[in-house]
Design a protein. Structure first.
Length: 659
């Protein structure tokens, strides 16, 4: 039966897609396989930045309306990522602490995104294909199945907080699908405006408010236009596209460039003060990292993968190491190839440019960490499109294409199952990651932390013995503190001498963990030396304002123990000024003032705390009630608190690397 067809304004045939049952059933099988594979890993551990970002939500059934509002925003990104946080809040309200449900939700989002990828691929494949029809769905089947079953996606799907990345990708792909359908409608003689509006006014905000790189939907849509549609259509359609891309692409780019120029130091320079590399070194290193990503996608060897990659050597120059220049040459060759085949194989061109555009925010100038696998969740689609399109263009044998695709998908499924099994428990994940990344500072720190928790102090110390830097020194100090229940002044002085040139999360965590042992009485340490240690750290660039605030609060505790009350109160005021929306420094200052019998000042401080506490999560609400009761007893003449041993203390974060 011939397929229905239409002609665009230039007389080119535009055929409508048919849905072959075989491709549909095969993709359902791929979805089922992916779902079954990921179900093996839903009981895996929370990792790294899962804890600091999701702990306020865990067990959040009792949240009031104010708590809900506060938990819809995170400090992980400048826009707060409320769409992603809303889904975490829903998990918290319906399943509490059952993180298996949280990971299961991630798995279902992966399947849903895969379905959109399948649909999008079929439509993009048939835009300029000489023989559109069922073969488009079979090409989409291969692309969608490879994307679903690739083992590199495991570190996004089973890394709970990376739902932010998943949702952003889901809405980006959905927006691209809406854009492609709208443009095909325009070529068929219809307006396509409703779908264009859905793309830019619905999916673009949803993607960006899930994670900021969702804004790449617009340049990716522009790539689709340039590579496939090439602004064909009526004059009105072309005018609409010009206005749309002008508003949603050109204007934001100009405004972003203006902000970078005007706030160059705040956006770029200051961020690199707390990184072990410069802007130039990061850019040079990213050439090698992008090449590594491509290698992982084409040859998914698990030994090259991991949830951390902080052991990647920094490129200090074009030939340091030499692979820096070689990687740049390889990436440049890809871009040249994309240009050369733009007419013969436009999907190859689209795929290559899609990958690079997908990395344009997180793998270029911004002072982020060097590498994370989840950055490939959406960009990997470009690599798979280019690979399948290249095979279709340059290996025309149907048997070769079908057989090779089936074998590739089977191998990917097996590799993904193996990797999911590794992620199914903390023991297997840490053990395997340590084997494959023995030089990773973060893996060594986490492994030593687990050994310490099990009381295996000597093994933990041996693991950290060869590690340099203040972070490892502080972790060793923490372990010895637990072993000996005391720390001598020379031990703290030795750590103080190693504090340079900035305070990252590892160093800050060590400072706070040691301080907590002193506050709780687990370990005796010289208060004056510890306060001096924190003061020295605070003179250095600190990784973020939240961490600086917590360090100031610990310093205030120790100044109080040293009976330097005014200095402690002033330090708490500095802490509040660092993060004005946080109520904890004000509550702690209220308790100190009550202890000093300065009731009127305590009342004023508490009123400031009430204003700051509006809309904060439940733990803060409980602290407010507790301090309010103390204040009421004091003002009624029932006796002010005699000590601050139960004063408010923020638990230190072990790590927070969300991007």
């Amino acid at each position: 039966m011939p397929q229905p067809q239409l002609a665009d304004s230039r007389g080119r045939t535009v055929r409508l897609l048919s849905w072959p049952l075989g491709a549909a059933l095969a993709f359902v099988g791929a979805l089922a396989a992916a779902g079954a594979i990921y179900s093996v890993g839903v009981n895996g551990p929370l990792l790294l930045d899962d804890i600091p970002n999701l702990s306020p939500l865990l067990g959040g059934r009792g949240l009031d309306a104010g708590g809900w509002r506060a938990l819809l925003w995170t400090e992980s990104g400048p826009l707060g990522r409320p769409v992603a946080m809303a889904t975490f809040l829903l998990n918290a309200l319906t399943s509490g602490n059952d993180t298996a449900v949280w990971k299961w939700t991630n798995s279902m989002l992966h399947l849903l995104t895969g379905l959109v990828v399948f649909w999008l691929s079929a439509h993009t494949w048939c835009i300029r294909n000489a023989k559109p029809g069922p073969r488009c769905w079979y090409a989409a089947l291969v692309i969608g199945a490879v994307w679903l079953l690739h083992p590199l996606q495991v570190s996004t799907v089973l890394y709970t907080v990376q739902r932010m990345t998943q949702l952003s990708a889901l809405f980006v792909f959905s927006g691209l699908l809406a854009y492609v359908l709208a443009r095909k409608q325009q070529l068929e003689g219809r307006s396509g405006y409703p779908l264009l509006a859905v793309c830019f006014l619905v999916f673009l905000p949803l993607a960006t408010l899930s994670k900021e790189n969702g804004a790449l939907l617009v340049p990716l849509a522009f790539l689709v236009e340039m590579c496939l549609f090439r602004f064909e259509g009526t004059t009105q359609a072309r005018r609409t596209l010009a206005v749309g891309f002008g508003l949603f692409l050109v204007v934001p780019l100009l405004y972003g460039g203006f902000l970078i120029i005007r706030h160059y130091e705040a956006i770029l320079v200051d961020g690199y003060l707390v990184r072990p590399f410069t802007l130039q070194e990061r850019v040079l290193t990213e050439f090698r990292v992008l090449f590594l990503y491509i290698q992982q996608l084409i040859l998914p060897i698990q030994q090259t993968m991991g949830f951390v990659h902080d052991d990647i050597a920094i490129s200090r120059g074009w030939l340091a190491p030499p692979t820096t220049l070689l990687s740049l040459a390889g990436l440049s060759a890809l871009l040249v190839a994309a240009w050369l085949v733009r007419d013969r194989a436009p999907l190859v061109t689209l795929g290559i440019l899609f990958f690079f555009t997908g990395h344009s925010l997180e793998s270029t100038l911004l002072p982020l960490e060097i590498a994370f696998e989840h950055r490939n969740y959406a960009p990997s689609y470009g690599v798979f499109v280019a690979m399948v399109a290249a095979v279709a263009a340059f290996a025309p044998s149907p048997g070769m294409r079908i057989g090779g695709s089936a074998v590739a998908c089977a191998i990917l499924a097996a590799l993904t199952l193996f990797r999911v099994q590794t992620w199914a428990s903390e023991v297997t994940l840490l053990s395997y990651t340590y084997q494959t990344h023995p030089d990773s500072e973060r893996v060594n720190a986490v492994f030593a932390e687990r050994l310490t928790g099990a009381g295996r102090y000597q093994q933990a110390l041996a693991l950290l013995e060869s590690r340099d830097g203040a972070g490892a020194a502080l972790q060793r100090l923490y372990i010895r503190c637990l072993m000996d229940q005391r720390i001598a002044a020379p031990d703290i002085d030795a750590v103080s001498a190693s504090l340079q040139p900035f305070v990252d999360h590892y160093v800050a965590s060590g400072l706070m963990e040691v301080g907590r042992l002193g506050i709780t009485g687990v370990c005796r340490l010289p208060h004056a030396r510890y306060a001096e240690l924190v003061e020295r750290a605070l003179k250095l660039p600190v990784i973020d304002p939240t961490t600086r605030q917590k360090l100031l609060m610990y310093q205030a505790h120790y100044l109080w123990y040293l009976e330097e009350a005014d200095a402690a109160l002033e330090t708490l005021r500095r802490a509040h000024a660092t993060q004005p929306g946080n109520v904890v420094p004000l509550l702690l200052a209220t308790e100190y003032l009550l202890h000093l019998r300065r009731t009127q000042e305590a009342q004023a401080e508490f009123e400031r705390a009430l204003q700051a506490a509006a809309g904060l999560p439940v733990p803060y609400s409980g602290l407010v009630r507790r301090v309010e009761e103390k204040l009421a007893r004091c003002t009624r003449g029932g006796g002010c608190p005699a000590s601050t041993s139960g004063a408010v203390v923020l638990e230190p974060q072990t790590d927070n690397v969300v991007e």
